[in-house]
Ligand binder design. Structure first.
Ligand code: F6R
Length: 243
């Protein structure tokens, strides 16, 4: 196991520490960056945006490949992950639309769309650095507990805890959260050259502890990280409290 744990003393440092971990894993030209959505990586994206604005970093020739997307939401919907990737990552990092890969949540054939995501990752030459968060139930991407470690990109049904957690983006109504999504598989994520996981807040402490210190088990999808050769976990003090 080769997990590097970085605990940020204060929230201001977390983003820059995560950005340094990401940049360290990227090749100098045409990097392929796997991107997570959600709250956890926001300080990282803000730090990368600042470095870009300051002229210290140029990721404009990157390919950004999303971890997942809700089924039923199109890119014009601000709650879609397509919208998140465009506004929070691609825009600030000056990555053109041609370099942004997010499955289409309105695809008429979602299974084919998931297969196309898997193929697109392979065609890109593979993800250099995958950015990820962890769900309170230990999910990675939208790979819920019980997912096989060798799973590939596919259509999944979201668990009740995940829909409850994400209700905050849907008017606090879990019923309004889409029931299905396209996600990269655990096997897909595992093929990334390195993985940078951002974990923030006391609500994630138990999940992080289970993922890093518990048995490697499909009951905790993020425990697959223990088997990867190059994982950096960047956590705040509250999330790291049970390690
Ligand atoms: C997001 C994703 C999810 C989130 C996880 C944590 O693309 O795949 O696994 O990383 O649900 O979400 P936040 O960061 O909002 O707590």
């Amino acid at each position: 196991m080769s997990i590097r744990l970085v605990v940020a003393d204060d929230q201001d440092k977390l983003g820059p520490l995560a950005a340094a971990a990401v940049l360290a894993g990227l090749p100098p030209a045409r990097p392929v960056l796997g991107v997570a959505t959600g709250d956890s990586p926001l300080p990282l994206y803000a730090a990368l945006a600042r470095a870009t604005a300051d002229g210290d970093v140029d990721l404009s020739d990157s390919t950004l490949i999303a971890l997942d997307e809700y089924l039923g939401l199109g890119g014009a919907d601000p709650r879609s992950y397509t919208a998140f990737v465009r506004s929070r990552i691609a825009g600030p990092l000056a990555v053109p639309a041609a370099g942004v890969v997010v499955p289409d949540g309105l695809a008429t054939d979602p299974d084919a769309e998931a297969a196309a995501l898997e193929a697109r990752i392979a065609d890109s030459g593979g993800v250099d650095v995958q950015i990820a968060g962890i769900g309170r139930n230990g999910h990675l991407g939208f790979n819920e507990p019980g997912t096989a470690f060798d799973s590939v990109s596919r259509v999944v049904t979201l668990s009740a805890p995940t829909r409850e957690d994400n209700a905050r983006f849907f008017g606090d109504d879990p019923e309004a959260v889409p029931r299905q999504a396209i996600t990269q598989g655990l096997g897909t994520i595992f093929r990334a050259g390195s993985i940078v996981v951002i974990v923030r807040g006391a609500g994630k402490a138990a999940a992080l502890s289970a993922a890093l210190r518990g048995p490697v088990s499909t009951a905790v999808p993020a425990s697959i990280l223990q088997r990867h050769r190059a994982v950096t976990v960047v956590a705040d003090r509250a999330a790291a409290a049970m390690l």
